[in-house]
Design a protein around this ligand. Structure first.
Ligand SMILES: Cc1ncc(COP(=O)(O)O)c(C=O)c1O
Length: 244
């Protein structure tokens, strides 16, 4: 654990103690709990349990997706960490477009929507505990667990082919959709992948071979092998690359 003070005087407490569930979340939540108990004036918005999160996505993100896509929409692939985005989008679909599938995209090693705990490479997707927002039987239609190495490979291929540089959780959503397409799990209608952020800020991580090597001697090799495998299976996002 470390501490730093920003230019503007904010005190940043860094909790980097692994939580034994493939991440740091449980250690961080414990520290937040201690700080709040010791300092009654502190306020914690709590993105993991605060109903304002699904609510804003029900009122804004969900309608934005259905308005922009129209009647052809068949499924929405949403990366999950706290589950607030998916819970809100799904609630909107349930009410206004029950014909559209809300697909939970989680990463292998995450417990956000069931699964087994394990080491995870991609930030901002997955969780060390089940989502508090996705407990009800109708909170989404189905879940897909994505391999993080494959998702990073999809990010790199997409960037190479068409210059679209996605964040890692968005790469997971695209990977989940590709798997469904391979397995004929789509109904032919328009699928949408929710991209929560772009990839520029991951240039030195998800898009870097040096970073991959730092994650373990085999990681860089595994990512390169996944890119080759996907290419050999015919994954190209533009015609120019396909012809080569
Ligand atoms: C880039 C990115 N992807 C996915 C998510 C997951 O969203 P949620 O926590 O609502 O499940 C987040 C959450 O902050 C995010 O920042």
């Amino acid at each position: 654990m470390g501490e730093a003070v920003t230019d503007r005087g904010a005190r940043v407490i860094v909790v980097d103690e692994p939580d034994g569930q493939g991440g740091y979340l449980l250690s961080r939540l414990r520290r937040v709990g201690e700080l709040c108990a010791q300092n009654p004036g502190y306020r914690w918005p709590d993105q993991y349990e605060n109903g304002a999160s699904p609510d804003i996505h029900r009122r804004t993100t969900g309608p934005e997706i259905t308005e922009q896509t129209g009647p052809d929409l068949g499924a929405v692939y949403v990366p999950v960490s706290t589950g607030g985005t998916l819970a809100g989008v799904s609630a909107h679909l349930r009410e206004h477009r029950p014909d559209v599938a809300a697909v939970a995209v989680d990463v292998r090693g995450s417990l956000a929507v069931a699964g087994d705990a394990g080491r995870r490479l991609i930030p901002r997707i997955g969780s060390s505990r089940p989502s508090a927002f996705l407990q009800g039987p109708h909170s989404y239609d189905r879940a897909v667990h994505v391999d993080d190495i494959e998702a990073i490979a999809v990010c790199r291929i997409l960037a190479e082919d068409v210059g679209v540089v996605l964040g890692g959780s968005s790469g997971c959503a695209v990977r989940a959709l590709l798997t469904d397409l391979e397995n004929d799990r789509t109904d032919g209608r328009l699928p949408v992948c929710l991209a929560a952020d772009g990839g520029r800020k991951y240039r030195d991580t998800l898009y870097s071979d040096d970073w991959a090597t730092e994650q373990g001697i085999r990681r860089e090799i595994e990512i390169a092998a996944a890119v080759n495998q996907l290419r050999s299976e015919g994954l190209f996002f533009d015609r120019k690359h396909q012809e080569h």
